[in-house]
Design a protein around this ligand. Structure first.
Ligand SMILES: [Zn+2]
Length: 246
């Protein structure tokens, strides 16, 4: 079993700020084909940018390189895009699900609350990052509700794959956002999405809470207590990608 990690969206702060980030997407070889965890923007986002893709290069240094689209990275790893049978979404902001149209045959797994937030009325400012056209090609949804299962001490929902995978509700940044945990040998890979910024010691706690919700402190504690879990957030730094990509 392997987990391939790649950067699907470079977004660096403009000077004088120094933060440089890429967006984490992971491709997992499962017992039922490849599963992609978050897609990053898709080819159509580059060819015909929606307003968020136009806004980002004004605010940040975002090269908008279609080579970063997951479909191209999957090919570069030697797979066919058709081999991606499943897409698991942490949440449905444009930088996480814009690539859905590049995999119209894939079954899309997401928390029901996130799907309802995306398809329902806008209720909070972070809903502005939902771009409706991103789901028009999806034919097959698997929607999940939180039950009474746990992964470690987090509420969690078991996904129907081997290796063992869990959807871990971390609502706040969006109404239905989840992390995704994947069994990786004796440990775990845990993408805690936009629920914290556990490697970022520069941004103030109030800002993290405002934009990402209330989970950051708990995730930092969890990371210290469980060195067997390779924890990341969705937007990570160049050095992390160097260590974690093949
Ligand atoms: Zn987001």
């Amino acid at each position: 079993m392997s987990i391939h990690i790649f950067n699907v969206f470079t977004c660096d702060n403009r000077p004088p700020f120094k933060l440089k980030t890429g967006m984490v997407s992971a491709l997992v070889e499962t017992n039922d084909g490849l599963a992609l965890i978050d897609t990053g923007p898709g080819l159509e986002d580059y060819a015909n940018p929606h307003w968020m893709m136009r806004l980002f290069p004004l605010l940040f240094y975002a090269p908008l390189d279609p080579q970063q689209a997951a479909v191209n990275q999957v090919r570069r790893l030697g797979y066919r895009p058709e081999d991606v049978r499943h897409i698991i979404l942490t949440h449905m902001h444009f930088d996480h699900c814009g690539g859905l149209p590049d995999f119209p045959w894939a079954k899309v797994h997401v928390h029901r609350r996130e799907y309802e937030a995306f398809t329902g009325r806008s209720r909070r400012w972070t809903d502005a990052a939902y771009i409706r056209r991103h789901i028009t090609a999806v034919k097959d949804w698997a929607l999940y509700d939180t039950g009474d299962e746990k992964w470690y001490d987090f509420d969690a929902i078991r996904l129907p794959f081997e290796p063992e995978m869990w959807l871990v509700p971390l609502h706040g940044h969006t109404r239905g956002q989840c992390g995704v945990a994947v069994r990786d040998g004796d440990g775990w890979f845990f993408n805690a999405a936009d629920a914290g910024a556990v490697y970022n010691d520069e941004s103030p706690a109030w800002l993290i809470r405002l934009v990402l919700g209330t989970h950051d402190a708990r995730l930092r504690r969890f990371m210290k207590e469980h060195p067997e879990v390779r924890l990341c957030n969705s937007h990570m730094f160049p050095a992390w990608f160097e260590e974690n990509t093949l």
